[in-house]
Unconditional design. Structure first.
Length: 194
């Protein structure tokens, strides 16, 4: 009868090939973990490019993500936005709260006038952004040209009264982005220069 503490059959001796596979698996797993850490660090700590900052800003504007809009602005532009917010918000979170309150009032007005909320209206748009040009001006400034296209899928009073029956719109905008503390930020979302 085998000893209860010892296995009935001894384990096979480990071969050099098995050890090699284990070592390679550990190295591969370590490299994958390092890659994930680097990706997260780049996203959290900066390193974004002018194109993504411009499209993130325009997308946040369309979606009504006021906190993201505020945080994507360069410091001088953000400070002016906070002062111009009316009550003079202290930070992007407070600014976003004030904008949501204004949007709630506006949404009520849209529901009264058109029978749909602001969120319903946003949901009826198919919105697309395409970067058409990037003019890098040194290491810390760029002008990003973006084509915005929107298609409205609703057939309602909002389409007739507000959009004048035009359900497809396309426009090109330029944004000036600058690098601040290693991160690209929007300095001018309505850039009209060359």
């Amino acid at each position: 009868m085998p000893d209860p503490i010892q296995p009935a059959y001894p384990p096979p001796p480990s071969s050099g090939r098995t050890r090699t596979l284990v070592v390679l698996g550990a190295v591969g797993g370590g490299l994958l973990a390092l890659l994930l850490v680097l990706v997260v660090a780049v996203r959290v700590l900066g390193g974004s490019d002018p194109e993504s900052v411009a499209t993130d800003y325009l997308g946040a504007t369309f979606e009504g993500d006021h906190e993201a809009v505020c945080e994507l602005l360069a410091e001088e532009r953000r400070d002016a936005l906070l002062v111009d917010a009316g009550a003079g918000a202290d930070d992007c979170g407070q600014y976003a709260e004030e904008q949501r309150d204004r949007e709630d009032e506006e949404s009520d007005r849209y529901e009264d006038d058109y029978g749909v909320s602001l969120d319903d209206i946003r949901g009826r748009f198919d919105y697309d952004l395409e970067v058409t040009d990037v003019d890098e001006r040194g290491d810390d400034e760029a002008i990003v040209e973006v084509e915005q296209t929107s298609d409205y899928a609703g057939d309602d009073a909002f389409l007739d009264d507000v959009l004048d029956g035009v359900d497809h719109q396309s426009t090109t905008v330029k944004l000036k982005v600058v690098k601040e503390d290693g991160d690209w930020k929007v300095a001018d979302p309505f850039y009209a220069g060359d």
